[in-house]
Design a protein around this ligand. Structure first.
Ligand code: GTP
Ligand code: MG
Length: 510
């Protein structure tokens, strides 16, 4: 297909490379899960169903991505360890129902960081995380019990200030008759997920004997010391794929482990674009029987998720979407997550994904979501408003080229051409020829097709609108920016002239 003059913006996309043969740890952590747990009335200090939901998501992630060898999680965090030969890393959020009586009130999101390391650092890392799990759980258990017996929250914190492990255990035992070691291991030790080979019976042969096949199945395990040599040696698959552990870690070296965090900070005072793209949406759209080449409801769902993203993250000033992709533009001066690429990408991707799952029924009331979608994301910096406009123009030109091609392709296929015949027919054809094909063969005026299909969708905050709010008991007028979806030409300067506040500067003519 033709290249547009905007293609040069691709040169701003730099790839972060992870040198092999290193291990990759991706740690995801719930964003503001204190609020999430309060809104959803999680039990304190541990909500078994919430922990089981996290574990079940980790099993799903582990089964989806064969490169993940081991995972460990507790509370709202999970660490996924990729084997040495892994070529990619990815994260996603999914929404399985574990609390049937509870409604999900808003979309959860997770931020992620990567650690690139070897086996001995992985060992120190796991010791660090499991120790944290233990310390937090012990503290929260004591806190919860003190509050239950009448102390205020600040009194309870005061009582626990500076106490050691042993003292907390004694407090629990002497005051409340609780033997800490007898509490569920799920809460004390956290959960590991890894795959073991299981035998499945595939069929029975003519003599009635079962025909078996080996399958890798993820399972959840709780263990006292996951960083210990003993635990590792019990599971040869872990030694084989992630490496040998040394004698047990005695001292937790948190700062040492943190120094391996892969910190990729985005250049200051540049426009940041987070572009997310549906993973294998070719398959996702087939399984969910999306209309071809454009499914209005599927696009409206994408747009509605983008609106939710802009409402949630004030630093995003504009977004543009087409097909299964969306580009989110953050303001130049943003200090969101100190401009750390991995945190920003993961929090937007996961918020978008969980919103997509939550809103699915609103847009497809008669269709079930057969499996959770996933999106990948990347962050790219653009140094000037001209270049960011060229980036957006590039995406809109792509929208036009793809839509015109796909419209012709599917019309040819629907009229009896095979897919390869239709491809051959369109090979090398120009815009004008495609328009003529549509009008002459199918009576379709391309320019009359829905504007959302031809121009994609732009989402941004419209000028402030007046709303009524109650302040100190009496009604007061308040100004609120409303996030809107439009389908317009963002290649031309007129759009940016009409909305000078988006890029916050007067556009200059090239
Ligand atoms: P990766 O992004 O590499 O994982 O592959 P992908 O399968 O997602 O393909 P890509 O992102 O290149 O293209 C998006 C794909 O999503 C299209 O090729 C379509 O198959 C599908 N898709 C997106 N929107 C629609 C739609 O409205 N209707 C239909 N039928 N398919 C759509
Ligand atoms: Mg895709």
């Amino acid at each position: 297909m033709a290249n547009s003059k905007y293609e040069y913006v691709k040169t701003f996309e730099v790839e972060d490379e992870v040198f092999m043969p290193n291990l990759i740890i991706i740690r995801i952590d719930g964003r503001d899960f204190l609020r999430f747990s309060q809104v959803h009335n999680f039990e304190k200090p541990n909500d078994e169903r919430a922990v089981n939901l996290m574990n079940s998501c980790a099993v799903a992630v582990s089964e989806e991505y064969p490169d993940i060898v081991f995972s460990y999680g507790y509370s709202d965090e999970y660490s996924f360890i990729f084997k040495k030969t892994s070529k990619f890393y990815q994260r996603r959020a999914s929404g399985k129902s574990f609390s049937p009586q509870k409604e999900l009130r808003y979309s959860p999101s997770f931020h992620a960081r990567a650690i690139i390391c070897c086996a001995s650092i992985l060992q120190a890392y796991l010791a660090w995380r499991q120790n944290d799990c233990h310390i937090n759980n012990q503290y929260e258990t004591c806190l919860g019990m003190l509050i239950k017996c009448g102390k205020t929250e600040s009194e309870a914190h005061e009582i626990l200030k500076g106490t050691q492990k042993q003292e907390k255990n004694e407090l629990l035992f002497q005051q409340f008759g609780i033997n800490y070691k007898k509490l569920p291991e799920l809460f004390r030790q956290g959960s590991c997920v890894f795959k073991t080979e299981v035998e499945d019976i595939v069929k029975y042969n003519e003599n009635g004997a079962p025909v078996k096949r080996l399958r890798r199945k993820a399972r959840i395990v709780h263990s006292e010391n996951i960083a210990g040599k003993k635990f590792w040696n019990e599971h040869p698959c872990l030694v084989k794929e992630l490496g040998d552990f040394e004698d047990d870690v005695c001292k937790i070296k948190a700062d040492y482990v943190r120094s391996f965090l892969f910190e990729s900070k985005l250049m200051p005072f540049t426009w940041i674009v987070i572009r997310i793209d549906g993973c294998h949406f070719h398959r996702f759209s087939e399984v969910h029987e999306f209309e071809k080449p454009n499914d209005k409801q599927a696009l409206n769902l994408m747009n509605s998720c983008a609106v939710a993203v802009l409402e949630e993250f004030q630093d995003i000033i504009f977004s543009y979407g087409v097909s299964d992709e969306y580009s989110f533009v953050l303001q130049k001066e943003t200090l969101f997550y100190q401009r750390r690429a991995s945190d920003i990408v993961s929090v937007i991707v996961s918020f978008f994904t969980s919103t997509y799952v939550i809103k699915w029924k609103e847009f497809f009331p008669l269709k079930d979501l057969k499996y959770p979608p996933s999106f990948d994301g990347r962050a790219v910096c653009y140094p000037s408003s001209n270049i960011i406009r060229d980036y957006l123009a590039w995406r809109q030109v792509d929208c036009h080229i793809n839509n015109q091609y796909n419209t012709c392709f599917w019309m040819l296929v629907m009229s009896g051409y095979s897919k390869s015949e239709a491809q051959g027919y369109l090979k090398g054809s120009q815009t004008r020829e495609k328009n003529e094909l549509l009008i002459q063969k199918f009576g379709i005026d391309y320019n009359q097709l829905p504007i959302m299909f031809r121009q994609g969708s732009s989402v941004f905050r419209a000028e402030a609108e007046k709303t009524m709010a109650f302040e100190k008991g009496s009604p007061a007028e308040k100004l609120r920016n409303k996030v809107i979806v439009t389908h317009c030409n963002i290649i031309e300067h007129s759009f940016w002239k009409e909305h000078p506040s988006i890029l916050d500067e007067e556009p200059q003519i090239h």
